[in-house]
Design a protein around this ligand. Structure first.
Ligand code: PLP
Length: 446
C-alpha cells in the first residue's frame, strides 16, 4: 500500500471531516526548509500559515536545530516536580525579561489548550484563596477561541467547535465582541472610541461580583477569522478588571512572539494581564510546549504550609520538557541576536502593501486587514452590504484546494483567507505567495 492509503486506513486527522479526504487526499510531506514544504514528488508549497501559526522562524531553522541537538546530548526529559534543569531556568529568566511588567512566575504545560485550563483553574483558585469564593464564573468574548478541551471550549464561543458539547460545558458569561469590519456603531478603525465596550460594561455591572476571570485574545481574534480590534479596547478592559477585581487572562498563544509586530500584543495597549498564556511560537513550532505566566501576587496566594492545602495541584507529565525548552531558547537567541522583530516589521510593511494592492479592489474582497505580518482577506458576495457568501458553497475550502495545486498552503477560516507567515519570510517569498493566492481566487471565482 502507498503511504496515502495507509494513512487513510489508520489516521483520524485533526479538525477534518474525514469524508472530504475521499476526494482530496492528504498530502505526504517529506521534508521542509524555511517557508517551503516539499511533498514526496518534491513539489513545493509555501507554508504561508506557519503550519497552524506555530512555525516562527521557518522549518528546519539552523539555530533552533542546534539548540535541540545540543540538548539531546544531555537529557531528553525529567520529572519536573521537585526536579529542575538549566534549560527551563534559562527560559524562565528570558521570558521574565521580555514579558510585560510583573509576569515573573511560570507554570509549564504541553499545549495551548491545557495551558488555558491551567490559567482558568489558577484564577478560580486564586479567588477562592483570597476571600473571594463567590467569584466562580468566567467571562469571555463572543467569537473567542481558546482551544478544544472542555474548559477551553467553555470560554470559546464559536459554535463550529463547541455546539455539540454545550450540555457538558461550563456556563460562562459571553460579552459581545468588537466587530470592526461590520461595526454596528458605524465607526471605522480610525475614528473608533470602542463604543462597543458598553457591552463589556453592562456584563461587568451584572456579573463581575461573581466572576473570577475574563479570558481574551488580545487585539486579534484568530480563529474567528483574524478579527482585529484596537488596543483601546484592551486598555478599557484592564481598567474595568481592576475596578471589579476580575483577573485578566490574555491568551497570547497566537499573538505572542512578534506576530502582531510587538513581542506581545498586550504591549501595544501598554497593559499587563494578571495571567498570560503562551504556546505556538514559543518553541518556534518545533515542540509541543506552553507556559502560563503570572504575577508574584497570584503566586503568593498559593504559597503556604502544606497542610493549609493551598498548592496548585495541577500537572502534566511533560511539563518543562527539556527539548521544548531548548527549542524555545533557540527562539530567544534568534530574537536577541538576529534583529528578528525589526526585520519582521520591515517585511510586514511590504507584505501589507502587496496584499492591499492585489486584493483591496477585487469585487469579492470586503476587507483587507492586517496586524504585523498577519494579513486577512475577507471574501464577500456583496461589498456594499458586507454580505457573506452562502457557507454551503465552502468557498474558502475550494480556494484552499486550488491554492495547494498552485503551491500555496492557505487554510482559510470560512471565507477569510489569511497569511500568517514565519517572521523571517523574505519579500520575494511574500510576492510569490500573494501572486499564487490571487491566481487561485481568480480560478475559483471566475
Ligand atoms: C491554537 C490556540 C489555542 C489552542 O492551542 P492548542 O495547542 O492547539 O491546544 C488556544 N488559544 C489560541 C488563541 C490559539 O490560537
Amino acid at each position: 500500500m502507498d503511504l496515502v492509503e495507509l494513512d487513510l486506513k489508520h489516521i483520524w486527522h485533526p479538525c477534518s471531516q474525514m469524508h472530504d479526504y475521499e476526494s482530496f487526499k492528504p498530502i505526504v510531506i517529506k521534508r521542509a526548509k524555511g517557508v517551503y514544504l516539499y511533498d514526496k514528488n518534491d513539489k513545493a508549497y509555501i507554508d504561508i500559515i506557519s503550519s497552524w501559526w506555530c512555525n516562527l522562524f521557518g522549518h528546519l531553522n539552523e539555530t533552533i536545530n542546534e539548540s535541540i541537538k545540543e540538548q539531546l546530548t544531555k537529557i531528553e526529559h525529567v520529572i519536573f516536580a521537585n526536579f529542575t534543569h538549566e534549560g527551563a531556568i534559562n527560559l524562565a529568566q528570558n521570558l521574565a525579561s521580555i514579558l510585560p511588567n510583573g509576569l515573573t512566575k511560570f507554570n509549564f504545560s504541553d499545549n495551548g489548550s491545557s495551558a488555558v485550563e491551567s490559567a482558568l483553574k489558577m484564577a478560580f483558585q486564586y479567588q477562592a484563596q483570597t476571600d473571594n469564593s463567590q467569584k466562580t464564573k468566567f467571562m469571555c468574548l463572543e467569537e473567542g477561541y481558546h482551544g478544544e478541551t472542555l474548559g477551553a471550549l467553555s470560554v470559546g464561543a464559536m459554535d463550529l467547535y463547541a455546539k455539540i458539547y454545550k450540555p457538558i460545558l461550563i456556563k460562562t458569561i459571553r460579552i459581545k465582541a468588537p466587530n470592526c469590519y461590520r461595526c454596528e456603531f458605524g465607526k471605522n478603525r480610525d475614528n473608533c472610541a470602542c463604543e462597543c465596550f458598553i457591552y463589556a460594561e453592562s456584563e461587568f455591572e451584572k456579573h463581575a461580583k461573581h466572576t473570577a476571570a475574563i479570558i481574551i485574545e488580545p487585539l486579534l481574534q484568530g480563529a474567528a477569522g483574524m478579527r482585529i480590534y484596537p488596543p483601546l479596547y484592551l486598555k478599557k478592559l484592564r481598567e474595568i478588571c481592576d475596578f471589579y477585581g476580575v483577573i485578566l487572562i490574555a491568551d497570547e498563544i497566537a499573538t505572542g512572539f512578534g506576530r502582531t509586530g510587538a513581542m506581545f500584543a498586550c504591549e501595544k495597549a501598554g497593559i499587563s494581564p494578571d495571567i498570560m498564556v503562551l504556546s505556538k511560537g514559543l518553541t518556534g513550532g518545533y515542540m509541543p510546549m506552553s507556559v502560563v505566566a503570572t504575577t508574584q501576587k497570584i503566586y503568593d496566594a498559593f504559597y503556604a504550609p502544606y497542610n493549609e492545602h493551598k498548592a496548585f495541584m495541577h500537572s502534566h507529565t511533560y511539563a518543562g520538557n527539556p527539548l521544548g525548552c531548548a527549542a524555545a531558547l533557540g527562539v530567544m537567541k534568534i530574537f536577541k541576536e538576529q534583529n528578528a522583530l525589526k526585520i519582521a516589521n520591515d517585511t510586514a510593511k511590504v507584505l501589507n502593501e502587496l496584499t492591499l494592492r492585489a486584493f483591496s479592489n477585487h469585487k469579492f474582497v470586503g476587507e483587507v486587514r492586517s496586524i504585523g505580518l498577519i494579513n486577512a482577506i475577507e471574501l464577500v458576495k456583496d461589498k456594499d452590504k458586507k454580505q457573506s457568501f452562502d457557507a454551503k458553497l465552502r468557498l474558502g475550502y475550494e480556494i484552499y484546494k486550488v491554492a495547494l495545486k498552485n503551491g500555496l498552503l492557505l487554510r482559510p477560516l470560512g471565507d477569510v483567507l489569511y497569511f500568517n507567515p514565519p517572521l523571517n519570510i523574505t519579500t520575494d517569498e511574500c510576492e510569490k505567495a500573494v501572486e499564487i493566492c490571487k491566481k487561485s481566487i481568480e480560478e475559483v471565482l471566475k
